[in-house]
Ligand binder design. Structure first.
Ligand SMILES: Nc1ncnc2c1ncn2[C@@H]1O[C@H](COP(=O)(O)OP(=O)(O)O)[C@@H](O)[C@H]1O
Ligand SMILES: [Mg+2]
Length: 489
């Protein structure tokens, strides 16, 4: 028995899905192609029907024309017989001439009919009947003319009638029946052509109605599809807007968190500095002071008896003094006592004076006359900004003049620091790996303020800070308040 295995038709569902995808993607192209083919086909059918209707009308008209001419011929033949009888009764020449005039008109009618029957439009039987009629009519006219001549009291000029013949007069009923046969044929031909044209008209009406219906269906589908697409686009747009709003919210949230974190870190840093400064001041200061007092005491005791040891102790005293000075500088750097003790205006003035002295700057200060009391964190932030700005001016600006302005009012405080140095480069404004400018910017932003640095006009660097007098930052953790040291060694 052959080992029948169920081969999983894994490819087919995928292929079917791909095919249906392909169909869906190209459904409009397919629908349009089908519509175009149908429309072109319909137009071809319409045009063919139109041409056929035109030809059939022509045929019908022609048949009617021929029918009329055949009727005319029949009536001319009756008139010919009547005129012959008239002459035979009255013997008036005028009646004979009228006979001839009618014979001429009959021949003209024959010529017109001849063009039709020999033009290839009539079938062979009709042509044979027509040819037969022509012969019969000729015989009829010839026999009539010779009867007139015979009955005339004097010879008549009947040359207009053609040659008179002695042939026996044609059977009038045969001529009439053949003529009416031909007339019936033409009537039928006209009827047939009209019926065919009515059929073609129906076809073209149906075709036009079909095309119109197709177009209406296509338009409905097109507008429905457009509506669906517009709806879908609007939905996608709304989703995008919602997503964008969500992202904006997230970015704002993260920015707020980062600002709060920055504020918190700075507060922690300032608090730690304060703590450390206090420890240094209280503990190390006490140790150094006690050591200095002890060494001074020992020095006084040994000054006369042990000059060598006294010399060493003097050096130790000098070292202790240096240590105490270093400790004071470190404390001052970490926690500017002047800021804590005298407020922002005095601290800025002292800072600026010292920096100007060190760097030989001409100083221009626009500070409030009386010291002001701002929120402690705001004061520290402004002081640190001033400190970093002056450090940068000393390091990079090669300036000869520095100006500092502080303005307070309306819940806002503004600090403006400018130098007349080389000016900051645009590239420096975008740097991310230097922390001075970044730190200032973050410090100010964390307190809800605005920091702006730019090249001065015509040279130098301008720094402008605007902050609320009371910090708007809210720390996420409760921090112990920074307690300034009010004593110094
Ligand atoms: N007042 C100034 N004049 C000229 N250039 C400055 C001034 N302040 C800052 N800069 C330029 O901006 C850069 C960034 O300053 P900063 O962020 O404080 O970094 P850092 O002081 O650590 O180099 C500096 O390296 C310096 O080139
Ligand atoms: Mg710097």
């Amino acid at each position: 028995m052959p080992n029948v295995q169920n081969v999983p038709d894994a490819g087919n569902p995928g292929a079917a899905a791909r095919l249906s995808d392909w169909m869906r993607n190209r459904s409009w192209a397919i629908a349009m192609t089908v519509a175009i083919v149908i429309t072109v086909g319909g137009l071809v059918i319409l045009e063919t029907a139109r041409q056929r209707i035109a030809a059939e009308y022509e045929t019908a008209l022609e048949a009617r024309d021929v029918t009329v001419q055949l009727s005319t011929l029949a009536s001319q033949l009756s008139r010919l017989s009547a005129q012959q009888s008239d002459f035979l009764l009255t013997k008036q020449d005028a009646a004979a001439h009228e006979f001839c005039a009618t014979a001429v008109r009959i021949r003209q009618s024959e010529q017109q009919l001849n063009r039709f029957y020999r033009g290839g439009k009539a079938d062979s039987a009709e042509l044979a009947s027509f040819t037969q009629i022509l012969g019969l009519i000729e015989a009829r006219i010839g026999a009539g003319a010779s009867a007139l001549q015979r009955a005339a009291p004097h010879p008549l000029d009947l040359s207009a009638c053609g040659s008179a013949s002695e042939a026996s007069p044609a059977d009038a009923s045969l001529v009439d029946s053949t003529l009416s046969l031909l007339r019936d044929n033409e009537e039928r031909r006209a009827q047939h052509a009209l019926a065919a044209s009515r059929g073609d008209q129906r076809i073209s009406t149906l075709c036009a109605a079909g095309l119109s219906a197709l177009n209406i269906v296509l338009f409905i589908l097109l507008f429905r599809n457009l509506g669906i697409q517009i709806d879908r686009q609007a939905r996608v747009q709304r989703q995008l807007i919602t997503q964008q709003e969500g992202l904006d919210q997230l970015v704002n949230e993260r920015t707020r968190q980062l600002e709060a974190l920055g504020w918190h870190l700075q507060a922690v840093s300032e608090n730690e500095k304060t703590q450390l400064a206090r420890e240094l001041h209280d503990e190390l200061g006490a140790i150094l002071t006690a050591s200095k007092m002890d060494v001074a005491w020992a020095n006084r005791k040994l000054k006369d008896s042990e000059p060598d040891i006294s010399e060493k102790l003097k050096r130790a005293l000098a070292n202790l003094d240096q240590g105490i000075a270093l400790k004071r500088r470190i404390i001052e750097d970490m926690r500017p006592t002047v800021l804590a003790n005298f407020g922002l205006v005095t601290a800025l003035r002292t800072l600026a004076d010292e920096a100007a002295q060190r760097n030989n700057w001409t100083l221009e200060l626009h500070l409030p006359a009386d010291d002001i009391k701002l929120d402690e964190q705001t004061e520290i932030a402004l002081f640190r900004v001033a400190q970093e700005s002056l450090t940068n001016a000393a390091k990079y600006a090669r300036a000869s003049k520095v100006s500092i302005a502080l303005q307070v009012g309306d819940g806002q405080v503004a600090l403006h620091i400018a130098d007349n140095g080389v000016g900051i480069m645009p590239a420096d404004l975008k740097r991310t790996h230097t922390h001075g400018l970044l730190g200032m910017r973050q410090r100010v932003a964390a307190h809800g303020g605005r920091f702006d640095i730019r090249r001065g006009v015509p040279n130098g660097t301008d720094i402008h800070v605007e902050m609320p007098s009371v910090s708007t930052a809210t720390p996420s953790i409760d921090l112990p308040p920074a307690t300034p040291s009010r004593t110094s060694v």
